[in-house]
Design a protein around this ligand. Sequence first.
Ligand SMILES: *[C@@H]1O[C@H](CO)[C@@H](O)[C@H](O)[C@H]1NC(C)=O
Ligand SMILES: *[C@@H]1O[C@H](CO)[C@@H](O)[C@H](O)[C@H]1NC(C)=O
Ligand SMILES: *[C@@H]1O[C@H](CO)[C@@H](O)[C@H](O)[C@H]1NC(C)=O
Ligand SMILES: *[C@@H]1O[C@H](CO)[C@@H](O)[C@H](O)[C@H]1NC(C)=O
Length: 422
Amino acid sequence: MSRRCCCRRLAALLLAALAWVPGAAPACPALCTCYVSPPTVSCQASNLSAVPAGLPPGARRLFLQNNVIAALRAGAFGPSTVTLWLYSNNISSIQPGTFRHLPALEELDLGDNPHLRALAPDTFHGLRRLQALHLYRCRLASLPSAIFRGLHSLQYLYLQENGLLYLQDDLFADLANLSHLFLHGNRVRALSEGVFRGLASLDRLLLHANRLAAVHRRAFRGLARLTILYLFNNSLAALPGDPLAALPALQFLRLNANPWACDCRARPLWAWFRRTRVSSSPVLCASPPQLGAGGHGAVPPVTRPAGALVPQSHHRGHGDRGSRPAPRPPHGPGGRRRGAPHGCPPGRGACWERGRSSKGCWERGPGSKGCWERGPGPGPGSRACWERGPGSRACWEWWHQGSKGCWERGLGSRGCWEQRPS
Ligand SMILES: *[C@@H]1O[C@H](CO)[C@@H](O)[C@H](O)[C@H]1NC(C)=O
Ligand SMILES: *[C@@H]1O[C@H](CO)[C@@H](O)[C@H](O)[C@H]1NC(C)=O
Ligand SMILES: *[C@@H]1O[C@H](CO)[C@@H](O)[C@H](O)[C@H]1NC(C)=O
Ligand SMILES: *[C@@H]1O[C@H](CO)[C@@H](O)[C@H](O)[C@H]1NC(C)=O
């Protein structure tokens, strides 16, 4: 007897045995593998162009990912389904009612179906036990207002890498148990006042790699448990009205890769950083252009902790110029005031003013402050003064290819220098 024949007979015996065991799994669809406990049907990566007919009605887990399924129809899935993986298919339409009678469904993965593009408002209605919904990489441009209605058990919602252009108020209003909301890699331009309303359990909110230019001052209100917020790689120049102040539990914040303006609009953010202990990526200034565009003479060489607003040219690596001897103003305090712009009351963050030249002042913590002025070109007309704690201060002035200045540092350490072109 050949080996193959033997195996076949064995398989036949096994099938017969299964068929006779009361409650055992019924026939498994072609190209699928079925498991008894927990009842599972696995048809992944089989080039299926449709959901196979005759899925065992008692199946709790259905793995149909990595096929070319084009449409989902009502009645395809049985009421016992708990886990349904349909990611990386070619689904472009979902018939109304497809998920209507799946009261046990806890996880639905529809991600990476780039032809999906639009969803009917009631697609997920009735999924009272749904905990995780994956809709990443589906080229969705918008979401119907009612799409997440009634999903009270939802904890994980993945909407990243779509083409979402906006998020309307109250879109997530029923999701009181949601802890993860991933919205990165979309094209959202603004966050309105009510967009995150209802998300009382939200722990992490990822909004990076969008086109955010405006965040309503109350957009984050009610996110009392949020610990992680990513806003990097957007188009934010400022956060007017201090929206971050509404986040008492925040621990990790990323704001980098935005065109932050380091003029007076930066004050609330600056003040917020000073009174919180949030861990943040460095925040670089993109404007005014004189500061961002490589001029390094006029930038106050103060080492700031991550989280503070840092002029970009300072960060671009001229070493820690703050460790140089801290010079002393040659002309007394009057010299220090020369660059002070109007409209910038002392003791308040930083202010910039710019035209053909730029000037400004900053203040950070007790005793650390300064002003600078930068001429329209290289050479004369640029100067800076700063103070760093009691007795530590300096002024610099730049000439044609040279600089001179004075410093004072604690008790008895002081001096002046002049550097001429060689
Ligand atoms: C997948 O199925 C299509 C027809 O539905 C067929 O043309 C194609 O060759 C199949 N691909 C593979 C890799 O089996
Ligand atoms: C996927 O669906 C689109 C239209 O929805 C169709 O043009 C394309 O040929 C499909 N791709 C495959 C591999 O079936
Ligand atoms: C969802 O949240 C509500 C209120 O916060 C709570 O009563 C309910 O038990 C939660 N449901 C689940 C499934 O976590
Ligand atoms: C920023 O986001 C865009 C999409 O908005 C993306 O293409 C780009 O790779 C991202 N850049 C970085 C540095 O993450």
